[in-house]
Write a protein that binds this ligand. Structure first.
Ligand code: PRP
Length: 192
């Protein structure tokens, strides 16, 4: 969460509303259906699956993924943010701003992210949830930027590996814009 937030603070918002396509809506849809099938197969037989979406970016991916699932599940959301550069003395750059509503003790937890960038957010969430005694704890992300990842994290269900470009659309924003683009777009530096 931190890196994307920090990068956009000092930038000017462009008025361009249709940045160039990186991954089409059709390709996303096919991949999300396939991921849902993988999740269904992995959790077949359980009635304790809880999907935890990380706000805000995951809200569209989570809703599409969940609607394709046939395995019983419930939905939770969590929100985290990062300390800014002035607060960088904190050991962990991520902090909790909204917790899940119900406990996860004994449940099969699947964290659902839109993107893993540095990996700080996912590392923080793994530590947070593993202390709450879930029956299992796994991760699902639509996008991963391996070139930027600094933490030793495991992604159990992955949509797409992407290069180190600024991605918007399908839930992902730039200064709160572009989240509802139906496709994933690359926002070139001149549009930031
Ligand atoms: C994004 C994304 C992840 C996080 C990943 O959040 O939703 O939670 O960044 O980054 P990391 O791997 O470097 O920790 P963002 O800060 O863009 O907030 P948002 O989801 O509310 O838009």
């Amino acid at each position: 969460m931190g890196s994307r937030t920090r990068q956009r603070r000092s930038s000017t918002v462009s008025r361009v509303t249709h940045p160039p396509e990186l991954i089409s809506a059709e390709t996303i849809s096919r991949r999300v259906r396939s991921l849902a099938a993988d999740v269904d197969a992995f959790y077949a037989g359980t009635d304790r699956l809880v999907l935890i979406g990380v706000l805000k970016g995951s809200f569209i991916f989570l809703s599409d993924l969940a609607r394709h699932l046939t395995v019983p599940h419930r939905i939770e959301f969590i929100a985290v943010t990062s300390y800014g550069a002035l607060e960088s003395e904190h050991a962990d750059p991520v902090r909790l701003i909204m917790d899940v509503r119900h406990g996860i003790d004994g449940e099969d937890v699947l964290i659902v992210e839109d993107i893993v960038d540095t990996g700080h957010t996912l590392a923080y969430l793994m530590r947070l949830f593993s202390a709450r005694n879930p029956r299992s704890l796994r991760t699902c992300t639509l996008l991963h930027k391996p070139e930027r990842t600094e933490r030793d994290i495991t992604i159990d269900f992955l949509g797409f590996t992407i290069p180190d470009v600024w991605v918007v659309g399908y839930g992902l924003d730039y200064a709160e814009r572009y989240r509802t683009l139906p496709y994933l777009a690359e926002l070139p530096p001149e549009l930031r």
